[in-house]
Write a protein that binds this ligand. Structure first.
Ligand code: PSU
Ligand code: MN
Length: 319
């Protein structure tokens, strides 16, 4: 008998979780639900575009027939599904909110704190709640210069051990994409580009210059792969990379230039660790006069559309 993954684990039924009744009902009835992270709201984009984008993403998920489940930690409780006021609050807090990855989860909960969840921690909490599909903008990866700094995102190791499918626009070229793909292979994470191109996308732009380990045409094939992963009880995550549509992609040269400048600034200002990704995103947006932000918003919406379709397809297969 296949493991039933679209179900609450004991943890999610505890007092530490606050799951909206709509989401609870959907999971219990094996209806499609899409998990969404909150660091992208607090640290990934400026206010008010962050809140507007989060809301638009939720609407897109609904229009495709799935239920959005945005995840964050509020006053020591895990919230799955956020009220509009809470989303607004989180968006306004911006970088004041605590960026909460795997290592931070226990601390934030124990101190009854609040925090925005990263890809890694959103995967952990989505899994506990029985949500197998998660949409975001981009995942963390191996930072450039990691041979010296050892800065490799906890997203990658989480993908190696938590069975949630992450739909993203690839990995930003502020990171070392080639090494990121290598680490994902080491972690046993299946990486698949959805669409015509064999290339793994680079977030703001559709082609990173590196081939994706595999390629499929549509959401239905993605659901087949997720289903097989669960059937085999591999317990590892999956990356589905959706290239940003060409019309919405940023100008490659302008982005490259901005990335080089932003990385140089980060180094000379001693910015590293968990502060590096938010700093780079903000500076690249400033340096490209909002062009990167526009691309970021467009790609998240595009991912939401495909991710919701995947959740709908997956719900047709018995989980
Ligand atoms: N990439 C983006 N936007 C983001 C992030 C990554 O384009 O907001 C966030 C995600 O929450 C991701 C985290 O999980 O940054 C990775 O941070 P780090 O590199 O510190 O692990
Ligand atoms: Mn890091």
């Amino acid at each position: 008998m296949f493991r039933q993954i679209a179900r609450f684990h004991a943890l999610a039924s505890s007092k530490h979780f606050n799951i909206t009744s709509e989401i609870k009902h959907a999971i219990a009835n094996k209806q499609p639900v899409v998990a969404l992270e909150s660091t992208i709201i607090s640290h990934g984009m400026p206010y008010p575009q962050n809140v507007q984008t989060a809301q638009a993403v939720q609407d897109i998920v609904r229009s495709e027939g799935a239920i959005p489940a945005t995840i964050a930690i509020l006053e020591g409780r895990v919230h799955i599904g956020l009220e509009d006021e809470v989303l607004e609050q989180l968006g306004k807090m911006g970088q004041e909110a605590q960026k909460t990855s795997r290592r931070d989860l226990a601390l934030v909960l124990a101190k009854k704190g609040s925090g925005a969840t990263t890809v890694a921690s959103t995967m952990i909490l989505a899994r506990a709640a029985g949500i197998p599909v998660f949409v975001t903008g981009g995942i963390g990866g191996v930072h450039r210069g990691a041979d010296q700094s050892f800065d490799i995102s906890a997203d990658l190791t989480e993908l190696g051990k938590t069975p949630v499918a992450v739909i993203c626009a690839g990995v930003k070229s502020i990171l070392d994409i080639e090494k990121t793909l290598e680490v994902l292979e080491t972690q046993g994470v299946s990486v698949t580009t959805i669409g015509e191109s064999q290339r793994f996308p680079a977030f703001y732009t559709p082609d990173s210059g590196f081939d994706s380990p595999s390629r499929i045409d549509n959401a239905s094939e993605a659901a087949d792969i997720i289903y097989s992963n669960h059937m085999l009880e591999l317990d590892s995550g999956m990356v589905f990379a959706v290239p940003i549509p060409k019309e919405q992609a940023a100008d490659t040269q302008a982005i490259q230039q901005a990335i080089v400048t932003a990385i140089t600034e980060a180094r000379s200002n001693g910015i590293s660790g968990k502060d590096e990704t938010p700093f780079l995103l903000k500076r690249i947006s400033e340096l490209t006069k909002g062009e990167s932000l526009a691309a970021n918003i467009a790609l998240v919406k595009n991912n939401a559309k495909i991710g919701a379709k995947i959740a709908v397809e997956l719900s047709k297969r018995v989980l």
